[in-house]
Design a binder for this molecule. Structure first.
Ligand code: CTP
Ligand code: CA
Length: 225
């Protein structure tokens, strides 16, 4: 099922995929993280490679193995991911932001371990840069930009807002409240939206979902020819 209609429809295409959840350092022993497993991004990298693409995977920490035939760049923080993505963005035909990028980082990382001196501890956070929004600003003609929207409520409305605000071509809207789908799960259930279309994908394993996301990307590339 990895290969659909046109087996190597991405041959010669450069595809950049980000994956995993970034980790923001608090002090030498602690970090802020999220529940992303990286599975969706790794499945996208594998599926794109199987269709002939030249794949670079920029990954935050995961427990997953490097997909065969891809270039893997490992990062930890949102700032590192931003930097690596910017190093590649101008050369890519397709960029897929599947990573769960931290929205906030610690304003001042403690050099020494924070001791439990007080009953309450406040951590001061500051916003990270929005990588997808920056990619939307820098978008090359014919480049296809794909983002995700992980939501617990108002899924399609928020997803549409993200599509426009970030100048993406596709947003993969992901309801993360389902027990056996989304974060950490092997399966996913998504709706792929563009400015012109909305396609609901039934629950399936992440490799199948990846294939269907790439089908939509492939259609856009055809249209832009
Ligand atoms: N994203 C990004 N850089 C960030 C935060 C998010 O590139 N600093 C990307 C994600 O990889 C995803 C898309 O933006 O492709 C949407 O992420 P999401 O967390 O759903 O939305 P946000 O724009 O961060 O807004 P919010 O978390 O408030 O819903
Ligand atoms: Ca976010």
């Amino acid at each position: 099922y990895l290969l659909t209609k046109n087996q190597v429809d991405l041959a010669g295409k450069k595809v950049l995929v980000t994956a995993g959840g970034t980790k923001e350092t608090i002090d030498p022993v602690r970090f802020l993280a999220n529940h992303s497993s990286g599975k969706m991004g790794y499945a996208l990298a594998r599926a794109a490679r199987a269709r002939g693409a030249d794949v670079t995977l920029i990954s935050a920490p995961t427990n997953l193995n490097q997909p065969k035939g891809t270039e893997l760049i490992e990062v930890t923080t949102a700032a590192e991911m931003y930097q690596e993505v910017m190093n590649y963005q101008s050369e890519e035909d397709i960029i897929i932001m599947a990573a769960a990028v931290a929205d906030y980082r610690i304003s001042e990382v403690a050099t020494n371990k924070i001791k439990k001196n007080d009953e309450k501890l406040e951590l001061k956070l500051e916003r990270t840069k929005d990588i997808l929004a920056k990619l939307g600003q820098l978008k090359q003609p014919k480049q296809v930009l794909v983002g995700f929207a992980a939501e617990t409520n108002n899924l399609l409305q928020y997803a549409k807002e993200k599509l426009e605000a970030k100048n993406a071509d596709l947003i993969v809207a992901n309801d993360i409240t389902g027990a056996d789908i989304g974060f950490g799960a092997s399966d996913n259930q998504v709706t792929i939206i563009s400015t012109k279309s909305k396609r609901k994908i039934p629950q399936a394993n992440k490799l199948k979902i990846a294939t269907q996301i790439l089908d939509e990307v492939s259609k856009l590339l055809e249209e832009e020819k």
